[in-house]
Design a protein around this ligand. Structure first.
Ligand code: SF4
Length: 79
C-alpha cells in the first residue's frame, strides 16, 4: 500500500482539492467504514489503522466528508 505521505501514513496530508485529512490512530478502531466509503483515500495498514493513500486525489471531497461523518469514533478530520 502506498501512502500519500510516507512519513505520515495517517496524515495530516493536504489533497489536491485543498482539504487536509488526518486520522487519529489512537481513536481508530479499524472498522473499515471509511475504506468502503472513500476507497481511494483510506486504507487499513498492518496495525488495522486507517491511513491516507497515494490515490486520495481520486475521491471527491464529498466522499471524504461522508467517510468522516460515518466514522463511529470520530477519528477522521477534514479541514
Ligand atoms: S471509519 Fe473511523 S474507526 Fe473505522 S477504520 Fe475509518 S477511521 Fe478507523
Amino acid at each position: 500500500m502506498a501512502f500519500k505521505d510516507e512519513s505520515k501514513p495517517s496524515g495530516p496530508v493536504t489533497l489536491a482539492n485543498g482539504a487536509t485529512v488526518a486520522v487519529d490512530r489512537d481513536l481508530c478502531i479499524g472498522c473499515g467504514g471509511c475504506t468502503a466509503i472513500a476507497s481511494n483515500t483510506f486504507g487499513l495498514d498492518g496495525e488495522g489503522k486507517s491511513t491516507i493513500l497515494s490515490s486520495a486525489d481520486a475521491d471527491s471531497k464529498e466522499a471524504i466528508e461522508s467517510a468522516k461523518n460515518g466514522c463511529p469514533v470520530g477519528a477522521i478530520s477534514v479541514n
